[in-house]
Design a protein around this ligand. Structure first.
Ligand SMILES: [Zn+2]
Length: 340
């Protein structure tokens, strides 16, 4: 099969890879309909996250079940399915508490390389969720978004306790931040402040339910959030970047007693203990337990109540994955879909 391989920073190639097959009875193999490039794929692409030689890449996937192992009973060949970036059994104590991305049996999907024609999915019964039917083409991007960025933005909003009566601020205008806006709106937030200085992204944020746009960042961004909230800060802040600056911007934009939902993969973030102590801010985040939200998100997409697929502003054939990375790296694209 054909699949993307990251050889070195800036060097993604689509090449022949071994066809995945069932290795253990709980596996499934799916034929992908679409996959995409994630903001978190840019960390190794930019050389910020070390790679140790050529690695398959990609962790977002939707497609048709091709084959299942003998112990798989929740999905069957021919079904259209979506799963998340961690395979999870969905039965252990941690999964049942809603933290499938910390499943005691979790397996990262990125190492299996979802930017490919076929993908082996471990723990298929717990990991994959089938859609009601094979979707029409226009629904595929939305369902693909549920695989990671929508589920992650949604967790950010839930972790930040977005809801009625709340003012929510969103740090980060990538796909996750934009879908955090959508999630906050769905969860009933009164006011949603998107922090973005990129006009096309501001436009999508407004379409997804943002009521205010703040273009400043860092301390100036914090001051603007305070201006908009009677000097108090937002009740709920979604952090969707993962840098020291964005994390502190999120914490300092939150009022005492408020909540930060942090879902940007943290890179070299160090938190000042004393400032945190006196802030009275709740911090909750981490790799989103997307599996928790998938049934609900599929339902909203299927019934056309939300359209998270709009974050894909570039669509390319899998063979042109390298251009997808380049466009996202240069911020020419919010998110690149790769059709297979
Ligand atoms: Zn589990």
């Amino acid at each position: 099969m054909r699949g993307a391989v990251l050889h070195a920073p800036g060097d993604v190639r689509v090449e022949e890879r071994e066809d995945p097959r069932i290795l253990v009875p709980t596996d499934a193999v799916i034929r992908l309909s679409a996959t995409c490039v994630c903001g978190s794929d840019l960390w190794p692409y930019r050389g910020i996250e070390k790679i140790t030689g050529p690695s398959p890449i990609g962790h977002e996937y939707v497609g048709i079940v091709e084959e299942v192992g003998s112990e798989v009973s929740n999905v069957r060949p021919g079904q259209f399915v979506v799963g998340s970036f961690f395979a999870s059994d969905n039965t252990c104590e941690i999964c049942r508490a809603g933290y499938q991305s910390s499943c005691t049996h979790r397996e990262g999907m990125g190492a299996l390389g979802a930017q490919a024609q076929y993908l082996r999915v471990p723990l298929a019964d717990g990991t994959l969720v089938a859609t009601p039917d094979v979707p029409s083409d226009d629904l595929v991007p939305g369902i693909l978004a549920a695989s990671d960025v929508l589920g992650t933005g949604w967790f950010g909003a839930v972790a930040a306790e977005a809801g009625p009566g709340k003012t929510v601020a969103v740090v980060g205008d990538g796909a996750v931040g934009l879908l955090g806006v959508l999630a906050a709106k769905q969860l009933g937030a009164d006011r949603i402040i998107a922090m973005s200085r990129h006009e096309p992204r501001q436009k999508l944020a407004l379409e997804y339910g943002a009521t205010d746009i703040v273009t400043e960042r860092g301390d100036e961004g914090v001051a603007r959030i305070k201006d908009l909230t009677n000097g108090l800060g937002a009740h709920s802040v979604i952090e969707a970047v993962g840098t020291q600056e964005s994390m502190m911007q999120a914490i300092r934009s939150t009022r005492p007693g408020g909540h930060v939902g942090y879902v940007g993969v943290a890179h070299d973030v160090e938190l000042p203990g004393e400032e945190l102590f006196f802030s009275h801010v709740h911090l909750h985040g981490g790799p989103a337990p997307v599996r928790r939200f998938l049934p609900e998100l599929i339902d909203l997409i299927w019934n056309r109540q939300i359209d998270p697929g709009k974050v894909f502003d570039l669509s390319l054939p899998l063979e042109q994955a390298a251009e997808g990375y380049k466009a996202m790296d240069e911020r020419r694209a919010i998110k690149a879909l790769l059709h297979v």
